[in-house]
Ligand binder design. Structure first.
Ligand SMILES: *Cc1c(COP(=O)(O)O)cnc(C)c1O
Length: 394
């Protein structure tokens, strides 16, 4: 047995650090899932998850990772051969369109250079061109975890409305829910998809679909085969199969923590940490993958390695020497970029430790860089005079 003293810094963009109080809640004895105590727990978490999505509509909870909710959103609302508009804007957006193809949907894809979020104007143009209204759904990833670009969902909703396109708006909020503002009802989102192991500070194993009336109506007509994911079964009994009971104990406690801190305060905290991380990256003389400041993510920041240096070799050194896993580049960013997750149960000192580890790692791995990234982040985080919090709240 080997032992590395001290805590591991888990700085990947999910799974995230689980608060002790949530871990202890999960460790409680399991309940009879058809008994009265579970019924009370179920009613409570199903009601209390709604404000996290900023919705008054039903939220379904599946025992699954987030990917399951992707599938649930598609198979419940669409029919074989239906056309959907998807994006090649990052690894997660791409994987979702691949799933849509595997399920027998026709996918029209709009591409980006993976350094910015989907452009509302391009979506508007694609929908305007679809005069016969063949596109039945738009598949957006709110926060692209692979490159740290955040989609402006409200603007895309407005673009859809301008061209009066009836397509459903399906939005993956897996790595933004509980970290960055998301307003299901106000933004006219038809299905919002969540997962437990990112901003909600839980282990993987709960997947969420928040479902609008329009999506529910579409599900009555949709013909894609579905069984495990069938919303009907969930609408009838909430938890038609054995629920992940202990994760729901954890969810209840996580919601207590979120309420105690305040959802809007949590958004400000995430925005501050994102800004501090970007200042560190710029201080090191590295390049932020997201090229559009208006698209910056609140929960994850990706940075390019300088040409000729392996991001994976760098991450390996940081992990082995400092016991800090960092996110790797995914898909076409593989080995070219590394990702710092700054979401979930974190604070200024945890972020500071992570940035300290990156700066030490850059030196240890002899990556050409400037020192001073940590200092830049420290200066920003230390400034409570208002500018930091104001900037963060924007
Ligand atoms: C993590 C993530 C997923 C995948 O979720 P799993 O829980 O791993 O199935 C999908 N989309 C986004 C944006 C993610 O960050």
């Amino acid at each position: 047995m080997t032992y590395q003293s001290g805590r591991q810094f888990l700085q990947i963009p999910g799974p995230t650090n689980i608060p002790e109080r949530v871990l202890r809640a999960i460790a409680a004895p399991v309940l009879d899932h058809r008994g009265p105590e579970f019924a009370r727990l179920a009613a409570e978490v199903l009601a209390r998850i709604k404000p996290i999505f900023k919705t008054s509509q039903p939220v379904l909870i599946f025992p699954a990772s987030g990917t399951g909710a992707w599938e649930a959103a598609l198979v419940n609302t669409l029919s074989p051969g239906d056309k959907v508009l998807g994006f090649d804007s990052g690894q997660f957006a791409l994987l979702w369109t691949n799933m849509a193809r595997k399920l027998g949907l026709e996918v029209e894809t709009l591409a980006t250079d993976w350094r910015r979020a989907p452009d509302p104007a391009l979506i508007e143009a694609a929908l305007a061109e679809d005069r016969e209204k063949k596109i039945k759904a738009v598949l957006l990833v709110h926060n692209e975890t692979a490159n740290g670009c955040m989609t402006r969902v409200a603007e895309i909703r407005q673009a859809m409305d301008r061209v009066r396109h009836p397509a459903l708006l399906l939005v993956d909020t897996i790595s933004s829910l509980g970290s960055a503002d998301f307003r299901m009802d106000e933004w006219g989102v038809d299905v919002a998809i969540g997962g437990s192991q990112k901003g909600l500070m839980l282990p993987a194993g709960l997947a969420f679909c928040a479902v609008s009336e329009k999506a529910l109506a579409a599900s009555k007509q949709a013909k894609l085969p579905r069984s495990y994911w069938d919303w009907d079964a969930y609408m009838g009994s909430n938890f038609p199969y054995t629920p992940a009971c202990n994760l729901l104990f954890g969810l209840k406690e996580a919601l207590n923590l979120i309420n105690a801190e305040g959802l809007e305060n949590i958004f400000v905290r995430h925005a501050r940490h994102a800004e501090a991380t970007r200042r560190a990256i710029i201080g090191w003389g590295l390049e932020i993958v997201c090229a559009e400041p208006k698209d910056y993510s609140r929960s994850i920041t990706a940075a390019f390695m300088p040409e000729g240096h392996s991001a994976d070799a760098f991450r390996k050194q940081v992990f082995e020497r400092f016991n800090m896993p960092l996110g790797g580049g995914l898909g076409r960013l593989a080995d070219k970029a590394f990702r710092i997750g700054h979401l979930g149960d974190t604070n200024d000192l945890m972020l500071g430790g992570a940035l300290f580890g990156v700066e030490m790692g850059l030196a240890a791995a002899k990556i050409p860089h400037k020192s001073g990234g940590v200092q830049a982040a420290l200066n920003y985080l230390a400034d409570q005079s208002g500018s930091a919090t104001r900037l963060a709240a924007e």
